[in-house]
Design a protein around this ligand. Structure first.
Ligand code: G3P
Length: 214
């Protein structure tokens, strides 16, 4: 499974990129707004840090606007993936962008039939939001299982990008279900790495190392 970081914060991205564990980056308007910087500046800086797919989301919601914004974003860097909302105008735009050779990430997916249609439109990635489904009492990972099965049944090439990840168990479950990608917030990447036995084991090794004669 590929690991992306779900962030627009350059320090967070540099931190995990330095570990060599990050294959790509996803952003959204909420994450970019937190940086206080213009979208294009943030996206170009991210492309300089991580060599891999970088999702940048359009703001337009009409076909012409999405295609125009998507083409402009794609010109910023060869690794840009245009993130498009899962609405009828969005899927029309995905079809056009795909025929231009532009990669797309169809976002805000909350059911399997939405995912099926996004794949048929030519999406490169589909982003089911597992955490937001859990938030309203559903089971986000059930949706990942359904989409992975449906895509496999029909040899659809769209990659399942598990989004809205809230905790390490989501990462384990996404990997066990065969999701192609998990996009993980910086905090959760560090939670994944953390284990009390690793910390106490290291503490003991360091204490014992002091007893080794030089
Ligand atoms: O980037 C899309 C997604 O990962 C958002 O997550 O935590 O805002 O539901 P969240």
């Amino acid at each position: 499974m590929k690991i992306f970081i779900d962030s627009a914060d350059l320090d967070e991205i540099r931190d995990v990129a330095a570990m060599g564990v990050v294959d790509g980056v996803t952003t959204n308007p909420s994450l970019v707004a937190k940086t206080g910087k213009p979208l294009k500046e943030v996206i170009v800086s991210i492309c300089e840090i991580v060599e891999g797919p970088i999702s940048a989301e359009v703001i337009a919601t009409d076909y012409d606007g999405i295609v125009k914004e998507g083409r402009a974003l794609a010109k910023l860097h060869e690794n840009i993936v245009v993130k498009v909302p899962l609405i009828p105008e969005g899927l029309k735009a995905v079809r056009t962008l795909a025929s231009d050779g532009i990669q797309t990430n169809v976002t805000l997916c909350f059911n399997a039939t939405q995912a099926l249609l996004a794949a048929k439109a030519g999406a490169t990635y589909i982003s089911p939001f597992v955490g937001r489904i859990d938030d309203i009492g559903g089971d986000g990972m059930d949706l990942i299982e359904q989409i992975v099965d449906i895509y496999e049944n029909y040899d659809l090439e769209t990659e399942v990008l598990t989004a809205s990840i809230r905790h390490p168990l989501h990462v384990v479950q996404a990997a066990m279900l065969g999701a192609h990608v998990a996009t993980i917030p910086h905090k959760v990447i560090h939670q994944v790495l953390k284990h009390p036995l690793t910390d106490s084991g290291l503490e003991r090794f360091l204490a014992d190392a002091k007893k080794i004669p030089s």
